[in-house]
Design a protein around this ligand. Structure first.
Ligand code: THU
Length: 132
């Protein structure tokens, strides 16, 4: 897997963003161990809380095509930010449940900055189903 290519896929996803309210377009791409790639962009709504983030759309897109948590290899997210675009708190909670905690997450921006992280770093001490 080429990190650069996954980020390019995330940029392609970003071009599909529907963000007329924030004007902040985000793209994400998740690659499976079998090489398949699924895209997500943020999709907003006039009822603001209904906005859905790019990362969650990418993960849900993959799952709606049969992927399970075990299949995920890496995720890239990109936006036009000063620093590499960081997943929001809601996405961190969802990723914590669905995305392998040590799998790479590449945060990127349009300037070419890339920072690698993972869920262990992004959401330590996460609340999970084990706590219920
Ligand atoms: N957004 C994402 O898609 N991913 C993030 O991790 C940060 C926020 C979207 C949600 C909303 O459509 C816009 O960016 C502004 O918050």
């Amino acid at each position: 897997m080429e990190v650069y290519e996954l980020i390019e896929d995330a940029k392609e996803a970003r071009s599909l963003s529907y963000s007329p309210y924030s004007h902040f377009a985000v793209g994400a791409a998740v690659i499976l161990k079998d090489g398949r790639i699924f895209l997500g962009a943020n999709i907003e709504n006039a009822s603001y809380p209904l906005c859905m983030c790019a990362e969650r759309n990418a993960i849900y897109n993959a799952m709606m095509n049969g992927a399970t948590s075990d299949d995920f290899m890496a995720l890239a997210v990109v936006a036009d930010t000063e620093y590499p675009c960081s997943p929001c708190g809601a996405c961190r909670q969802v990723l914590s449940e669905l995305f392998p905690h040590q799998a790479p997450i590449y945060m990127a921006n349009l300037k070419g900055d890339v920072q690698e992280t993972n869920m262990d770093e992004l959401l330590p001490f996460a609340f999970s189903g084990d706590d219920i």
